[in-house]
Design a binder for this molecule. Sequence first.
Ligand SMILES: Nc1ncnc2c1ncn2[C@@H]1O[C@H](COP(=O)(O)OP(=O)(O)OP(=O)(O)O)[C@@H](O)[C@H]1O
Ligand SMILES: [Mg+2]
Length: 497
Amino acid sequence: MSNKAPVENPYQTLLLISEEINSTHDISQLLDRIMELAMEAVNAERGFILLQKTGSTDYETVTAHNFSRERIQSIRDHSSSIVQKVLQSQEPLISVDAQQDARFGGAESIVLQQIHSVICTPLIFRNSMLGAIYMDRRMTKHEFSDENLQFLRAFSNQAAIALQNAQRFTKLEKENKKLRDTLSQKVLFPEIIGDSLPMQRIFGMVTSVAPSTATVLIEGESGTGKELIARAIHTNSSRKEKPFIPIFCGSLSENLLESELFGHKKGAFTGANENKPGLFEEADGGTVFLDEIGEINQGMQTKLLRVIQEGEIKRVGETSIRNVDVRILSATNRNLEDEVKRGNFREDLFYRLNVITLKMPPLRQRSGDILLLAQHFLKHYALKNKKNFHGFSTEARAYLQDYSWPGNVRELENTVERAVILSNDQVIEPDAFQLRSMEQKLPLGKSLKEINHYAIMQTLEMAGGNRTKAAQILDVSRRWLQYQLKELGMTDADQES
Ligand SMILES: Nc1ncnc2c1ncn2[C@@H]1O[C@H](COP(=O)(O)OP(=O)(O)OP(=O)(O)O)[C@@H](O)[C@H]1O
Ligand SMILES: [Mg+2]
């Protein structure tokens, strides 16, 4: 690898390796150079270096000159081999007639490979074994000398320092890169929590797709952060100063959706009292986020296809065409490909929407994020409710960690929000979470009024009779709650704390 001139004398070699200590941080380059210098200095025929694997007591061959992997293995494997002895005793070894050397008891590898002379020295840094350098010769005319061994002792000390430095440098570089990545993640996605690998992959993909104009289909279960990611794509694109317009495709009839999206002409239908631009026009230059895209019917699918293909829209009741420049992001919690197979979704539209697919991982596949998210929401809702919390108790943490979160991040967020409202201690305990069982007990099959009253009474009970808390949980005003309770025949004096 190096084009440096051959080394004349061993002390020059020592000097050279010390110099290289400061110049080579690349481990494999350094190892190659160490091997080269050592072999030149003792005039060896073949050589290899073993290093301890990180986090293990095993050694691996990291560099080899004039050796095949199998041959190295056969030398290493034998329990009586010279390499084993050096690794165990941590002392250098030399053998000038290995075939006859009683210490190796006629080890098969030595006999088979016709090794005549061997020299092997440990690489030790501050009393810990990093590995070993092995070299041999098969020709009888050159034998390793004690002088060679002495030199190798000094050399391997230098080499060990160099290696240790390079390993530390590499480790620092890695840590540094990780820190830089985390930092840029925090800058690019300040509101999105996720240290887990699946979320890191999402961040990586968002970073690459955001600047383009490609359509992105975001798939994922309910509450996994699809909308959050859509917003992040927008804010990390050159359209960030222009509008981001989310459109929920699920709830509207085709006619209403069409007029929402494309606008209408005055008098186009009853109630169309004036000319109105649609959301696509409002989003011009920005991004439209089509949420629950799987819900739209065939008619709308065709109209959307035209916007994507031609950048053209037509207001309801108009014949002229308008041009818009929008980037389209969409989301679904269905498997849209299946819908295409079933004939419910146009294949051509599917491919247009789906230049890039992002699959949001459910919370159960990134349990490492649960506590991070819980802490994040705790901070947020404590601030909002002007409360002070130190955090979750050990039991509460275990509870959060073990629960299966079918509703994903949204469910976790709601759970923490309610716990904040319900808790008065500085530490959140698990009983603040024991609310879910009640959620399932809504008395379905009754009138809305009855369900309403039932929900109010249950919530009031959950809030320990505190009307302010109950109103917060129900997300209604206290006045409204008072009014409802009055209807139920409860006076202010009945329950209050
Ligand atoms: N990684 C995250 N970090 C912080 N908050 C998150 C994260 N993921 C989701 N949330 C929060 O969880 C809630 C649900 O997220 P969002 O609305 O983006 O999910 P969704 O996949 O669009 O859900 P749905 O399918 O029900 O529409 C939001 O309040 C959002 O801020
Ligand atoms: Mg959503």
